[in-house]
Design a binder for this molecule. Structure first.
Ligand code: AMP
Length: 145
C-alpha cells in the first residue's frame, strides 16, 4: 500500500514568498508540514487554512530543528534568502539526521557541485525562470534542469 500524504512529514525552512507558497500548497495537498521562520511577521503570511505547525525561531540553531522534530522528517526544504544558511541546514538534515530528501534553494550555481556531493537536491530560481522564459519565447521545451 502506498504511503498516505499525511504520513509524509515535511519541514519548510523560511517563510518568505517561496516558503509561504510552498507550505500553503503542501498543506492543502494533505501533507504534514512544519514551517520555520525567525520572523513572526513572515509566518503571519501563511494562509488561514494552513493546517501545519509554525515555529518562530532561527533554523540555524540545532534546538530549533529538534523542536521541529527533524529526526522524523521525510523531507526538509530550505528556502531562506541566504545560500550559506540553506546549505548549513540542508547539511545538518542530511548528514546528522539522515533525512531522506533534502532540497535547497540555491542562488550561486558555482556551489551546485558541493550540494550534489552531499546528496542535496538544489533548485535555482533564476535558472528555472530563465528556462521558462526561453520556452515561452521559443516555443521549445528546454529539458531537465
Ligand atoms: P524571501 O526573502 O522572501 O525569500 O524570504 C526568506 C525568508 O527566510 C524570510 O522570511 C527570513 O526571515 C527567513 N530566514 C532567513 N534566515 C533564516 C533563519 N536562519 N532561520 C529561519 N528563517 C530564516
Amino acid at each position: 500500500m502506498s504511503q498516505k500524504k499525511s504520513d509524509l512529514y515535511i519541514i519548510v525552512v523560511g517563510c518568505g514568498r517561496l516558503g509561504t507558497y510552498l507550505a500553503n500548497s503542501l498543506s492543502r495537498d494533505g501533507y504534514s508540514v512544519v514551517v520555520i521562520d525567525k520572523d513572526e511577521k513572515a509566518l503571519s503570511n501563511l494562509a488561514e487554512d494552513f493546517g501545519g505547525f509554525r515555529i518562530e525561531a532561527d533554523a540555524v540553531e540545532i534546538q530549533t530543528l529538534i523542536k521541529a522534530n527533524i529526526e522524523r522528517a521525510d523531507v526538509v526544504v530550505t528556502t531562506t534568502n541566504d545560500d550559506n544558511t540553506n546549505i548549513l541546514i540542508a547539511q545538518v538534515a542530511k548528514t546528522i539526521y539522515k533525512v531522506e530528501k533534502v532540497v535547497a534553494r540555491l542562488y550561486d550555481l558555482n556551489r551546485q557541485r558541493v550540494y550534489e556531493q552531499l546528496d542535496i537536491i538544489t533548485v535555482n530560481p533564476t535558472l528555472l525562470s530563465a528556462r521558462r522564459f526561453e520556452e515561452i519565447i521559443t516555443g521549445e521545451e528546454q529539458g531537465a534542469i
